[in-house]
Each structure stands twice: as structure tokens, then as C-alpha cells.
Design a protein around this ligand. Structure first.
Ligand code: BG6
Ligand code: MG
Length: 227
């Protein structure tokens, strides 16, 4: 449970920063070019999912088929647009309470890692000025299997030298919650319970986990929630 954790593994997109809006704008631009109807609701399916799998989902939505090499080149163009957008980000785009909560955990002696599917994670951490907050960074450049495979979190736990049972995962995507469960880790869903039914607990944002007057690792001033 939350109060027993010795290491915290954070997803990036949707947990520390809201990059989904930039992913959406870039995928939407590609969808429009390809004549595929794509809206914000469809974009939900792309959360937590690796880049090429997103490309495949987009094509499925449009009922299109494409050679693998063409899929790669379209996904690369989408990424160029996305990188342009995230390159303009600054510290002000860190989600409420995220940096404070990570600093709080570190002050309590916990080990902290990033566990993200994104190959742009190093760029985003650098833009936000928080790369130094992580003892280890595991991202789409270092793992082969995408969430819901547990590889990203198992690699994070190994890099921190902490066993799975003492790790907590913070995730906004259902695929990431499933990855945490398969890794044998406690999971904190960021978002709405109806979207993350498998999470051990769900909060709206990391700000809810900042210590209240009572202190501790639970939501402000309340005891730690238990699964
Ligand atoms: C995840 C996002 O963190 O990273 C997904 O939730 C995204 O939406 C995936 O597709 C891969 O990101 P990138 O930056 O490598 O294209
Ligand atoms: Mg996410």
C-alpha cells in the first residue's frame, strides 16, 4: 500500500505534465491529411500506448491499411510536429503538485524513477527542468515492450534496486495500471475511477497526495487509502 512504498515509479504524460493535448494536435494534423476522422475521444485510445501502435490505431479508425515503412514515416512526421510543440513547453506546464510530491517523497528517502512509453521523455524532462529529480529514467528509448507489458516498471524497479512489492506506480492510462498490476506493484490511478477500474486507488492529481496537517502519504489530512 501507499504508506509502505520504498520506491515510486512515475508515468510522465498525464501524470507529471499534460502532453496529451500536444499529441492530439499532432495526430489530428496527420489524421486530417490522411482523411481520417479523429476527435479528442479517439485520442483517449492513444494514451500510454507506444508511437507505432498509435499509428496502427489511427489507421484502424480510418479503415486504412499501410505498408510498415509508410507507417513509420507518417509517425515520424507526426513526431516532428509534436516535438515542435513540446519544445516550447516550460516549467509552468508541470501539473499541480507533481514536482512538490516528488520532492516530498525524496525528502522522505524514497527512490524515484520515471517509467514512460515516450521516446521524447528526456527532452520533456529537460524542458520542464526536472530531470534531476529522478534516480533512474526508463522510457521508450530503453524498453522494447509497450505497456500493458510490465517491462518498463520492472526495469525501473531494477534500476532503483527495490523489489516490486515495495514499489508504487503513478499512472493515468489503463494500459499503465495493468502494467503495474502485472509487475506486482501497488498502483495509484491519476484521473477518474471509471476510466481506471483496476487501480488500487485513484486521485485526480498528485496534489491530492501532498501531506496535509496530519502528514503522511495520503490525501491531504486524511489517512492513507487502502485497497
Ligand atoms: C505515452 C503517451 O507516454 O507515450 C502516449 O501517453 C504516446 O500517448 C507514447 O503515444 C509514446 O510517445 P512518443 O513521445 O514516443 O511518441
Ligand atoms: Mg500517461
Amino acid at each position: 500500500m501507499l504508506s509502505d512504498m520504498r520506491a515510486a515509479l512515475f508515468d510522465l504524460d498525464g501524470v507529471i505534465v499534460d502532453t496529451a493535448k500536444y499529441h492530439f494536435r499532432a495526430w489530428k494534423r496527420l489524421a486530417d491529411e490522411l482523411g481520417i476522422r479523429f476527435d479528442e475521444g479517439d485520442n483517449e485510445m492513444l494514451k500510454g500506448v507506444g508511437r507505432l501502435r498509435c499509428m496502427a490505431i489511427l489507421l484502424e479508425l480510418g479503415g486504412l491499411e499501410m505498408a510498415p515503412a509508410d507507417m513509420e514515416s507518417h509517425a515520424a512526421r507526426k513526431n516532428d510536429w509534436y516535438v515542435e510543440l513540446v519544445s516550447a513547453m516550460g516549467k509552468d506546464e508541470i501539473l499541480p503538485g507533481a514536482e512538490e510530491y516528488i520532492r516530498y517523497l525524496r525528502s522522505r528517502g524514497l527512490r524515484v524513477a520515471l517509467g514512460s512509453a515516450s521516446r521524447n521523455a528526456p527532452l520533456i524532462l529537460e524542458r520542464l527542468g526536472i530531470a534531476g529529480l529522478f534516480d533512474a529514467v526508463v522510457d521508450g528509448t530503453t524498453v522494447a515492450k509497450s505497456k500493458p507489458d510490465p517491462e518498463v516498471f520492472l526495469a525501473g524497479a531494477a534500476a532503483l534496486g527495490v523489489e516490486s512489492a515495495a514499489c508504487t506506480v503513478f499512472e493515468d492510462a489503463a494500459a499503465g495500471i495493468e502494467a503495474a498490476r502485472r509487475a506486482g506493484m501497488f498502483s495509484v490511478g491519476i484521473g477518474r475511477r471509471e476510466d481506471l477500474p483496476e487501480a488500487d486507488i485513484v486521485v485526480r492529481g498528485l496534489y491530492e497526495l501532498l501531506p496535509g496537517e496530519a502528514g503522511g502519504l495520503g490525501p491531504r489530512g486524511t489517512p492513507c487509502p487502502r485497497p
